[in-house]
Write a protein that binds this ligand. Structure first.
Ligand code: UD1
Length: 473
């Protein structure tokens, strides 16, 4: 008889007693209210801006989300530090709470105790709130989830789950599409069993999901052609700290020896490599000099190489501090360059839109090829509103640069997805006059305090928050 995957999370009778954490005896704290984050707020940028000073890089969103999901696999309390305060991380916290986990949000720390979780079906409302993209709970949590969950983040192209389904089947799961949901069961009545699976494509979400599932499977699992992204390595680190036996994370093969249970542990989320890259590009597009920390320079080396080739000077001032100088002494403009996105360590798809914004201001013409997602060019149309010259053909864009002295000009573009929205902010920093960006809630999903951080670097950025009916009365 089929057994629900639920048994993975409910500790087996021979498991050691779970320590009760006194700090978690209180009811879960409500998800933190995010000030200034309103669905119809706008960012108004008056440019052109010159940036200077230092910016603090927040913890990684794309690392926090799968690690938060992984806390469900652990007995006892897990404590995550350096979690960015974003609508996505808060939504994930509220999904965990809606499943019955005790969740406490204390500044940038999140404590999760999932011992009380008995349900394996995330509440649809919570899932809808939770635009957590690649590593969404709906994809990590064994049980059921909508096949094309609305929680799959930005609309940037097809986001199938075939690799998740095939991989879970290789571990002994029965996965069916029933009542509009993907339902998964362990077929042998005991739980998953170790297996061998080669991914057709090194999907980050599928690698993370299968690695988590294999930690509690019976026997050894070999996953090949897996994603090598830093977020996969960080998740493996957390799972290993929690008692899992994983080798090879960061290479293209991961071997996992299943354990009967995992315990809660503590982890500090790595700095956000996409935010790091975005601020490097902000300095470049405004031809400014800024420094940033903490960063892991090897996580952004692909962008560093491109920006150096364009004419920027990038110095590692300490093990976790980068300085970027995008001003040439002879007044020469930065040069355009070509980029093709791909799985790590290739150029990150999450920096493609912001890079396109920079290229609209550089010498010559540049080619941007998006090879990860098939619909990630929507920002190009919005950049055109600021006077950019871009021709898109499928997943390739020809970006015609600006002659020296010619600038983008302010306009009213709409952010339609997270990174595309941020490309408009960068373009607004470089443009003359006012740029009024709507759809800011997309940007707030992935950038902590973006307006305050840019203001601290000297940019003229304001957030307009419309009064609600009750406030205006
Ligand atoms: C992607 C990025 C990741 C980034 C994240 C957040 C890559 C390879 N992945 O991860 O770096 O942090 O977005 O924005 O750059 N695919 C399938 N079948 C599946 C799963 C995926 O065909 O079952 C395809 C997707 O359609 C896509 C590609 O694989 O074309 C990459 O998807 P995947 O890595 O899974 O995306 P995310 O996990 O969201």
């Amino acid at each position: 008889m089929a057994t629900s995957f639920c048994s993975f999370n409910v500790p087996k009778s021979q498991d050691p007693p779970k320590p009760l954490n006194p700090s978690l005896q209180n009811p879960p704290s409500p998800p933190l209210h995010l000030h200034n984050q309103n669905h119809s707020s706008k960012l108004v940028i008056t440019g052109p801006s010159k940036l200077s000073g230092h910016v603090a890089i927040s913890g990684s969103k794309n690392s926090s989300l799968p690690i938060l999901a992984a806390t469900l696999f652990c007995s006892g309390t897990s404590k995550l530090a350096n979690v960015p305060c974003l609508s996505d991380t808060r939504a994930m916290a509220s999904v965990l709470a809606s499943l019955g986990a005790e969740v406490q949000v204390l500044g940038d720390e999140i404590l999760v105790n999932a011992d009380g979780v008995r349900s394996v079906e995330p509440c649809p409302d919570e899932i809808r709130k939770c635009e957590v993209g690649s590593s969404s709970l709906g994809r990590c949590w064994p049980g059921s989830a909508p096949p094309r969950s609305p929680c799959r983040g930005c609309d940037i192209g097809a986001r199938p789950v075939d690799l998740y389904v095939q991989g879970l089947r290789a571990l002994g799961a029965v996965v069916e599409l029933r009542d509009g949901k993907v339902q998964a069961y362990a077929a042998n009545g005991r739980g998953l069993v170790g297996g061998t699976f080669q991914l057709d494509y090194p999907s980050v979400g599928a690698t993370e999901t299968l690695m988590m599932a294999a930690c509690l499977a019976d026997g050894v699992t070999l996953l090949s052609n897996v994603a090598k992204e830093p977020e996969v390595v960080a998740l493996a680190r957390f799972l290993i700290e929690s008692g899992a036996c994983i080798e090879g994370a960061g290479s293209n093969k991961i071997v996992i020896k299943g354990k009967s249970w995992l315990h809660g542990s503590e982890c500090k989320i790595d700095p956000d490599r996409i935010e790091t890259g975005t601020f490097m590009l902000a300095a470049a597009i405004t031809r400014s000099c800024i420094s940033m920390s903490p960063v892991i320079p090897s996580h952004v080396s692909c962008l560093t190489e491109k920006l150096r080739a364009a004419g920027c000077k990038i110095r590692q001032r300490s093990h976790d501090t980068l300085e970027i100088l995008a001003v040439s002494t002879d007044g020469a403009n930065l040069n355009g360059f070509n980029v093709k996105t791909g799985p790590f360590p290739a150029f990150p798809t999450d920096l493609q839109p912001q890079t396109m914004a920079l290229l609209t201001t550089c010498n010559g013409s540049s080619i941007v090829e998006e090879s990860v997602f098939n619909k990630r060019m929507g920002h190009a149309n919005e950049l055109l509103k600021l006077g950019a010259r871009i021709q898109v053909c499928g997943s390739t864009a020809l970006v015609l640069g600006k002659d020296k002295g010619s600038l983008l000009s302010g306009s009213s573009p709409i952010a339609k997805d997270l990174r595309g929205g941020m490309s408009l902010v960068l373009a607004g920093l470089a443009a003359t006059g006012n740029t009024e960006i709507s759809g800011v809630s997309h940007i707030d999903r992935g950038y902590e305090n973006i307006d305050a951080k840019l203001q601290s670097l000297g940019a003229d950025v304001k957030r307009l928050i419309p009064l609600t009916c009750s406030e205006s009365q």
